[in-house]
Design a protein. Sequence first.
Length: 91
Amino acid sequence: MISNFFINWGLGLLNAVVGWLMPGFDLSGISTSAVGTFGDLLNGAVGIGGWIPWATGMVCLGISLTVWLACFIARIVRVALGHVPLVGGNG
């Protein structure tokens, strides 16, 4: 419901800006639900797979998320150990 609000708000804003720049242009063919919009994005992304290496992008995204998660866990452990007496600096 919230995502639908933001999608409708964004499409309305986009329609207003495009209407100012190109009078007579209408975005009524764009779906207004989150599920439909996500499906449209996926269908469009499949067609450009020859130009964008999706597999490489997913590997890079996976590596980035793994490094971020490892840093986050290391920080949590460091903060938790900081509260243990005679081990950390806060005890």
